[in-house]
Design a protein around this ligand. Structure first.
Ligand code: CFM
Length: 483
């Protein structure tokens, strides 16, 4: 066994040592160290995932409401999404995901607004259904161009047994627009992942297939599971269109309810975030016979590979166009790599991101010569881990739902040069003197998808690592001053 593998196994042991025996045993099952390069070793599929977080361990996961309201439904821009329940959930999830959308705010685009039913004690005691009716009427009056409403349940709604389905049905009839009740109370499931599933099911039951396209064509595709974070879906769509494909729906970044209603007319579903939207692809395949294809638009290597896989599904014209698109951007991509690779070569990266990007962004880092020494997910399932293992090099640590303590220890023991995770983690790493990039919201940057996105990705990673600020500060623990 190579020394690196042994060293990393030892590091995990040491970190878990502080836990009581039972917790230690449990957390250990959420770690694997890769024994060979890029190999799917099925014994490694044993890594535990999608189960309850260990009580007492500070998980960085979110909840079902986050998965439904924040992720799947929130980006549908011409609907008003009600955060139904106490104000906190709406307030704290307001605008933080940076899912961009075109349109006039408050007129035909409501993504950057936060509408909450602001539950008070009386609503908990007497129920919030009456209030919900009033809110629906007010929305119709204030935003006449809103094409629909979704009711995103927060925990108390489920606990007190409100009948949001009945309200939705009644108000939909009264107001003449679709009103969708979504049972995404935060306590459901073990993470935001069940929220994705519940949100997908609500789309299936209330929206999918409810409208027809005027004209259909042989090159009609849907972009599924791109939420347009910092403009990601726009940077992706442009490549598909240059190739000659017609994108009839974007789910759900910068998407409209009509796109969701007519998406069943596509010839092919292109799915980027498998974790959050695979359910819809399955449903569309079963009900409408639409096949789906997974793709990865992070970094030129994966983008080129994906463009060719997509083109292979179509005729010679598209295949030829695909090569032209690749040739058009290749020079630009080579120049980006020539500029940044010498500055980033060999830098060690650790990632801990949601349910997709912990594997999808690896190629982009590797295009810049950077090395992934540890990666992991908050809420991935077994199928995600099976897809991740072949992307990893020998001795890389793979982890599931690690708590804040485990991550901080790992970062120090692996002596990483860059950490990629979320805003909850960010400032701790800055205090430790470790460069950090937010890999959920792209900090205040983006897009990172496609060729246009890679230019920004490379610049941002360089900016984080090469900033002169790291030479000016010493982490508080190194200078003996308590922060
Ligand atoms: Fe999909 Fe996402 Fe992700 Fe995700 Fe998320 Fe996100 Fe994510 Mo944050 S839908 S699984 S629930 S790619 S919000 S845009 S970055 S954890 S890795």
């Amino acid at each position: 066994m190579s020394t690196d593998i042994m060293k990393n196994k030892q590091i995990i042991e040491e970190i878990l040592e502080v836990f009581p025996d039972k917790a230690k045993k449990d957390r250990k099952r959420h770690y694997e160290v890769m024994e060979e390069d890029n190999k799917l070793d099925c014994s490694k599929c044993a890594i535990k995932s999608n189960i309850k977080s260990r009580p007492g361990v500070m998980t960085i996961r979110g909840c079902a409401y986050a998965g439904s309201k924040g992720v799947v439904w929130g980006p549908i821009k011409d609907m008003v999404h009600i955060s139904h329940g106490p104000i906190g959930c709406g307030q704290y999830s307001w605008g933080t995901r940076r899912n961009y959308a075109n349109g006039s705010l408050g007129v035909d685009n409501f993504t950057a607004m936060q509408v909450s039913s602001d539950f008070q004690e009386t609503d908990i005691v007497f129920g919030g259904d009456k209030k919900l009716e009033v809110i629906c009427r007010e929305i119709k009056e204030m935003f006449p161009l809103a094409k629909g409403i979704s009711i995103q349940s927060e925990c108390p709604v489920g606990l007190i047994g409100d009948d949001i389905e009945a309200v939705a049905k009644k108000m939909s009839k009264e107001l003449g627009i679709p009103i969708v009740p979504v049972r995404c109370e935060g306590f459901r499931g073990v993470s935001q992942s069940l929220g994705h599933h519940i949100a997908n099911d609500a789309i299936r039951d209330f929206i999918m297939g409810r409208a027809e396209l005027k004209e259909c064509g042989p090159y009609d595709v849907n972009i599924i599971g791109d939420y347009n974070i910092g403009g990601d879906a726009w940077a992706s769509r442009i490549l598909l269109e240059e190739m000659g494909l017609r994108v009839i729906a974007q789910w759900s970044g910068d998407g409209t309810i009509n796109e969701v209603m007519t998406a069943h007319k596509a010839k092919l579903n292109l799915i980027h975030c498998f974790r959050s939207m695979n359910y819809m692809c399955e449903v569309m395949e079963e009900e409408y016979g639409i096949p789906s294809l997974e793709y990865n638009f992070f970094g030129p290597t994966k983008t080129i590979e994906s463009l060719r896989t997509i083109a292979a599904y179509f005729d010679e014209t598209i295949k030829e166009n695909c090569e032209k698109v690749i040739a058009k951007y290749k020079g630009e991509m080579d120049a980006v790599i020539a500029k940044y690779r010498p500055r980033l070569e060999g830098k060690k990266v650790m990632l801990l991101i949601g349910g997709l990007r912990a594997r999808h962004t690896i190629g982009a880092y590797e295009d810049l010569g950077m090395e992934i020494v540890a990666t992991g997910y908050e809420f991935a399932h077994k199928d995600d881990y099976l897809k991740t293992i072949p992307e990893l090099k020998q001795a890389t640590i793979l982890m599931d739902d690690p708590g804040a303590y485990e991550l901080e220890e790992l970062a120090q023991k692996l002596d990483i040069d860059l950490m990629g995770a979320g805003v909850k983690e960010k400032y701790v790493y800055h205090k430790m003197g470790i460069p950090f990039r937010q890999m959920h919201s792209w900090d205040y940057s983006g897009p990172y998808h496609g060729f246009d996105g890679f230019k920004i990705f490379a610049r941002d990673m360089d900016m984080a690592i090469s900033s002169p600020v790291w030479k000016l500060l010493k982490a508080p623990d190194k200078v003996g001053v308590m922060a």
